[in-house]
Design a protein around this ligand. Structure first.
Ligand code: URA
Length: 211
């Protein structure tokens, strides 16, 4: 199954109660083989109407923060832990998260990002598989079996609590250096004994040349 087929299969998903109130499933958007994936919590009002994640106020801030570190929305992939808007933007319940988790896992498996940035508590806890507070783990690098996880504060939290805007900008600057060091690592030859000859010189991945 490819990403489009997965999206199509979820188009009329009725696996949890969120389907009763949503306008549409907000599957995800961006490059299907992105090296970097961002994961938020759940669609809000504007996302539910437009079918695209992070298009409201928090999304505008996210787009600015991405641009501040030289990333465009087109070269990354953006999704949420739950794909349907919870009524009145309430938190997704543990049951809703568990029901939707396999779809996020499938997205990750199909996209195969090298780096996943979780935005806020719900995405971080879902991807890390344990209960942690985002303020404790933000800006730390977690080497998980499938990808590197880099938790960041949620842009919506920074909009509600102005004091979090500076730490969020700092998280993005840290992200920039994490990206740089990941790029350097993938550029460096494996070791002097097995240094490739010219004809075997490592080529950058076709996709986006990020790492
Ligand atoms: N907040 C999220 O977590 N996701 C969105 O798509 C929009 C706002």
């Amino acid at each position: 199954m490819n990403l489009n087929e997965l999206a199509t299969s979820l188009h009329d998903c009725r696996q949890c109660g969120l389907s009763a109130n949503r306008t549409q499933v907000v599957f995800g958007t961006g490059h299907p083989n992105a090296s970097i994936m961002f994961v938020g919590e759940a669609p809000g009002f504007h996302e539910d109407k437009q079918g695209i994640p992070f298009v409201g106020a928090a999304g505008k801030l996210l787009t600015q923060l991405l641009e501040s570190v030289g990333l465009s929305r087109e070269e990354i992939y953006i999704a949420n832990v739950v794909k349907c808007r919870p009524p009145n933007n309430r938190n997704p319940s543990p049951e809703e998260i568990d029901t939707c988790r396999p779809f996020l896992e499938q997205q990750v498996q199909l996209i195969q990002p090298k780096l996943v940035c979780s935005l806020g508590n719900f995405a971080t806890q879902t991807l890390l598989g344990r209960k942690v507070g985002i303020t404790k783990v933000r800006g730390q690098v977690f080497h998980l079996p499938q990808f590197v996880l880099f938790p960041l504060l949620h842009p919506a939290a920074a909009l509600h609590q102005g004091g979090l805007l500076t730490p969020l900008r700092e998280d993005f600057q840290k992200l920039k250096s994490v990206l740089q060091s990941m790029m350097e690592q993938s550029d460096s030859p494996p070791s002097s004994e097995s240094a490739p000859t010219d004809s075997q010189a490592p080529t950058l991945p076709v996709q986006m040349d990020l790492f």
